[in-house]
Write a protein that binds this ligand. Structure first.
Ligand SMILES: [Fe+2]
Length: 318
């Protein structure tokens, strides 16, 4: 009997490393499976989210906006390109592009190919840091927590062809809102835009809104457009009188908890506001989870890439 006990105990002890090793291997295998899912499946699970915002003057017809952001285009992204081409079938009245268009020095031609059908529609755009500066391989996860872009202070940081990109957008009629205002009349409603250069880089200089937009006799709506929705930025837009705001940058948290709950926003906006519509005072802020990721962090979890169809409708009342 004792002999059996004696022989059993050492066998259990010697199996502990094997057991720990087994758990470690299983954990590593599990983590690898999750990362593989996040890279091969979730990254290409493109969605169209729909929102309705009652911000137009009473009696106005609906205006359909397609909000796209954070394409982070690199050569060879066929599925993203096909999805973006399909968005033209939605026949939006307006396209709002909130930046981070590129993730590779050779990304411009693929980007313009992907955007080609959408540039047949009226559009406005603002740049993000990934329109100016190419991403670099450091710690891929730093994108998720770093709140301040320092690329502009690094003379060795590879520049992206943003002037050429903006010229191509403008050639097709899209209006750059880079620290400036502009306006478009669609379906009899004047859309008064105020846009800023990327707050993540500290390039933002608020131009306010065109004083004409305060005329109560006008059928108009004031729209604030930015890449990164820092609190100072959305608060300034709200103070300037924005009636609706559009932003990208957050990637919706990119690597989220089950249920899509974001843990980070990559700026000082609360993670709970990293995707979807939230309110700053009475003004809705629509934040896109974006269509891409940095090419050095190509994983999404519980946060699929998206384009957003925002239907602006009339407010009730006189
Ligand atoms: Fe981005």
């Amino acid at each position: 009997m004792s002999g059996r006990l004696h022989t059993t105990a050492p066998a259990s002890i010697t199996s502990l490393p094997a057991l720990v090793g087994g758990i470690g291997m299983a954990t590593a295998a599990g983590a690898a499976s999750v990362l593989a899912y996040g890279h091969f499946i979730e990254l290409n699970r493109f969605q169209v989210r729909e929102e309705r915002l009652a911000v137009l003057p009473p009696g106005s017809p609906d205006i359909v906006i397609l909000h796209i952001s954070d394409m982070h285009m690199i050569p060879g992204q066929r599925r993203k390109t096909a999805f973006m081409h399909g968005l033209a079938e939605l026949q939006p009245d307006l396209v709002i592009n909130t930046g981070d268009n590129l993730s590779h020095i050779d990304g411009l031609d693929p980007l313009l190919t992907a955007l080609d059908p959408l540039m047949d529609f009226p559009g406005v755009f603002v740049p993000g840091s990934n329109c100016y500066f190419a991403p670099r391989l450091k710690n891929p996860a730093r994108y998720l927590w770093r709140h301040t872009g320092n690329e502009a202070r690094d003379p060795d940081h590879q520049r992206l062809p943003f002037e050429k990109m903006h010229a191509a957008f403008e050639k097709r009629g899209w209006k750059g809102l880079i620290n400036r205002t502009d306006a478009l009349t669609i379906r009899g409603v004047r859309l008064d835009f105020s846009g800023v250069d990327d707050p993540h880089l500290g390039y933002d200089r608020h131009p306010g809104f065109n004083p004409e937009s305060n005329d109560p006799q006008d059928s108009s709506v004031r729209i604030g457009v930015m890449h990164a929705p820092y609190l100072r930025t959305i608060r300034q837009f709200a103070e300037d009188g924005a009636e609706v705001m559009f932003a990208g940058h957050t990637h919706g948290g990119q690597i989220c908890l089950p249920g899509g709950r974001a843990v980070v926003s990559n700026c000082d906006l609360a993670p709970s506001r990293a995707k979807g519509v939230s309110y700053e005072g009475s003004a809705p802020l629509q934040v896109s989870a974006g269509l891409g990721t940095s090419r050095f962090a190509p994983v999404r979890l519980f946060c699929p890439p998206e384009a957003v169809v925002v239907r602006l409708t009339a407010r009730s009342g006189s």
